[in-house]
Design a binder for this molecule. Structure first.
Ligand code: NAP
Ligand code: GFB
Length: 322
């Protein structure tokens, strides 16, 4: 897309950093697809996207032709449970401002981000793209879920009323380098941070919260980044597209904890604190539509991705988001 200006909101986060790395790698390899493309990765320091004037100032400054919209208030189960109102209001404001500015500044295409955790809690499996609005989400994260669902509503409105090509992708749980490893984190980065500390202090026992029984599909941030770039270039439907590993790649929280323990070579005992919530038991999503569109795509094996993330954390933990 020579001459394009691609604005990535949330460009300093887990997914944004992965896209940045992929773009730099492809440009350094001389990949012609990236020739004369200007990629701009934003953080909140560039402007608070909850504010309409700050949002429009960013669009006025950069005049983007394309937008990958990642910026959001994001967090794991426990952070969602305690802040559903904030998750709803902040994400509603960010999403309305970014899509309105994209329309106002005549952006050719926007790819926004939903999540497989926003689907109805009572559902049949596997979940597919047609089910986004088929019932209430899980109670633990209704704020985030409803705000994300409104992206799809806005996209359909901008298409019907203005012919705008605004679409969305639906990743499963994402992990990798540059993640948020703090107390508001998702399970994998939280376990990485806590396991690293346990190794440092020579603990013989490691506590995983909940029963360890819930099931999750985890996608490596670098794989998601590649898929995001493909969607930006080649996917032209307004309908959301699930970007997830296969149903057969689904693992339990216990298996995920074991993989992290193996990556750290932790020899102690893993125990479970069942006084902590489990959240959704499963949210198994089908990637059938993606597989039909990108039959050649290969995902990084889960244990390989965990090992790379753990190695990154060991080297960068002092500058990581803790
Ligand atoms: P993240 O690491 O928490 O990064 C969030 C990004 O949004 C950061 O760049 C942050 O900027 C920016 N941001 C937050 N509030 C902002 C505001 N008010 N104004 C401007 N920028 C703001 O999140 P992530 O995991 O990369 O998630 C990226 C997208 O993927 C989100 O839309 C999320 O909903 C979606 N998603 C994530 C997962 C997952 O498991 N992580 C799963 C499915 C979907 P600062 O760095 O300056 O704070
Ligand atoms: O990634 P996570 O926090 O959120 O995973 P969800 C929660 C599961 O991991 C629960 C267990 O079963 C927890 O009991 N777990 C075990 C832990 N140890 C820990 C730990 O130290 N920290 C955390 N956080 N969990 C989120 C949604 O659901 O999925 C968000 O709430 C978001 O909105 C995200 O969309 C992708 O996968 O349950």
């Amino acid at each position: 897309m020579s001459g394009s200006v691609i604005l990535v909101t949330g460009g300093s986060g887990l997914v944004g950093k992965a896209i940045n790395e992929i773009v730099l790698e492809e440009k350094s390899k001389g990949n012609k697809e990236y020739e004369n493309e200007n990629w701009i990765f934003l953080s909140s320091k560039d402007g608070d996207l909850r504010e309409r004037t700050a949002t429009e100032a960013i669009f006025d400054k950069h005049q983007p032709t394309h937008v990958i919209h990642l910026a959001a208030m994001v967090g794991g189960l426990f952070h969602n449970m305690e802040h559903n109102l904030d998750f709803f209001r902040e994400n509603m404001a960010i999403n309305d401002n970014v899509l309105n500015a994209s329309h106002k500044y005549d952006v050719k295409k926007v790819v926004s981000c939903l999540s497989t955790c926003i689907f109805p809690d009572k559902t049949t499996y596997p979940i597919d793209e047609s089910m986004v609005h088929n019932g209430p989400p899980h109670s633990s994260n209704y704020g985030y879920s409803y705000a994300k669902r409104m992206i799809d509503v806005l996209n359909r409105g901008y298409w019907q009323q203005h012919g705008r090509r605004f679409t969305s992708v639906v990743p499963c749980n994402v992990f990798g380098p540059h993640d948020n490893f703090s107390s508001t984190a998702h399970v994998l980065p939280a376990l990485v941070r806590r396991m690293h500390a346990a190794m440092q202090s020579g603990e013989s026992e490691f506590v995983v919260w909940g029963s360890g029984k819930p099931l999750r599909q985890f996608i490596y941030s670098r794989d998601l980044a590649r898929l995001f770039v493909w969607v930006l270039r080649h996917y032209d439907s307004v309908d959301p597209l699930i970007l997830s590993v296969d149903e057969s790649d689904e693992v339990s929280i216990s298996q995920a904890a074991e993989a992290i323990a193996a990556a750290f070579d932790f020899q102690g005992k893993i125990v479970y604190d069942t006084t902590r919530a489990d959240g959704q038991y499963k949210k198994t999503a089908s990637n059938k539509k993606l597989r039909e569109l990108c039959p050649e795509f290969t995902f990084t094996p889960f244990t390989t991705a965990v090992k790379e993330t753990v190695e990154w954390f060991k080297v960068n933990h002092e500058s990581a988001r803790l």
